[in-house]
Design a protein around this ligand. Structure first.
Ligand SMILES: Nc1ncnc2c1ncn2[C@@H]1O[C@H](COP(=O)(O)OP(=O)(O)OP(=O)(O)O)[C@@H](O)[C@H]1O
Ligand SMILES: [Mg+2]
Length: 280
């Protein structure tokens, strides 16, 4: 399923007559089966874009289209995975994963079978009876991914799904997500603050500028799959993306700390895993 945003603007009312312009003429397409990431400073409107595509909110002007049809609300063709998987704590793993299927009026047997298939895909078939509090953060996110996959959406919308996880778990899930994406051919829109994560997973990375958010630059990742984060293509691109981002980061920090704030470029470039930290 092809996703298109056409001249999408979004603003929010901010109290008395004040308007907060959040998105400024967002215009891009995601081809069927493509993996696209959005990166950019905190508050630039990434989650807002995801919500518009999910149909959870509507643009102020412009259009979001799925295969050429205007999105007017949520639909079974799109499923969102958030940072905190949002599992029901009172339900077991299998109950969490079958929940959406049973609501779709699928029979218990079929729902169970589908859920098992989804759990096998994320290597959690042995944890069907566990409750979320008995799982690690990475396992919970894998359940959330299984729960999204069993609904068989055309488009998977992922808003920082691995942000709360440690680096090792994150690397494992990158491998799993790449494999699942290759096996299922889903179209994926992925949000992250981690440049290397974006470059490891995506066909294209869209870099957004600070508020009002616009797409500032687009990077196509050529590296072979499954990606190795140490691939020279990935590492080279990482440096380029980081350079582009510095400008945007400086704007955000100035907004927060005043005009006399100057970013120490070398410090940002040298930072370990190109995570943009809490400000960005
Ligand atoms: N429902 C809302 N009402 C008012 N303002 C909103 C609403 N949703 C988002 N905003 C504002 O829109 C801007 C963009 O928010 P958004 O959550 O899209 O940013 P983001 O790029 O996802 O940031 P982060 O990287 O921190 O998650 C922010 O200034 C936010 O305060
Ligand atoms: Mg966000």
């Amino acid at each position: 399923m092809k996703v298109s945003l056409k001249e999408v603007n979004k603003s929010f009312q901010k109290g008395k007559g004040e308007t907060l312009e959040v998105l400024d003429d967002i215009d891009f397409n995601i081809s069927e089966g493509e993996f696209v990431s959005l990166i950019g400073p905190s508050g630039c409107g990434k989650s807002t874009i995801l919500k518009l595509v999910a149909g959870l909110d509507a643009p102020t002007s412009g259009e979001v289209l799925m295969n050429g049809r205007t999105v007017t609300g949520p639909g079974t063709d799109r499923v969102v995975v958030f940072q905190e998987g949002g599992l029901f704590p009172w339900m077991t793993v299998i109950e969490n994963v079958t929940y959406g299927l049973l609501r779709k009026k699928m029979s218990k047997e079929e729902a169970h079978e589908k859920a098992m298939e989804g759990l096998r895909m994320v290597h959690l078939a042995n944890f069907t009876g566990s409750y979320p509090h008995e799982l690690s953060g990475g396992m919970k996110q894998r359940v959330a991914i299984a729960r999204a996959l069993v609904m068989d959406p055309d488009v998977l919308l992922m808003d920082e799904p691995f942000a709360a996880l440690d680096e090792q778990t994150r690397l494992v899930l990158h491998k799993e997500l790449q494999r699942i994406w290759q096996d299922t051919g889903k179209t994926i829109l992925f949000i992250t603050h981690n440049i290397r994560e974006a470059l490891t997973l995506s066909d294209r990375v869209l870099l957004m500028s600070t508020r009002p958010g616009a797409v500032k630059r687009e990077f196509t990742v050529q590296a072979a799959r499954p990606r190795d984060p140490a691939d020279s293509n990935v590492v080279d691109l990482e440096r380029r993306v980081m350079e582009e981002l510095e400008e945007e980061m400086e704007k955000v920090l100035k907004e927060e700390f005043g005009d006399d704030y100057h970013l120490e470029k070398s410090r940002v470039r040298d930072s370990d895993h190109s995570d943009m930290g809490s400000h960005i």
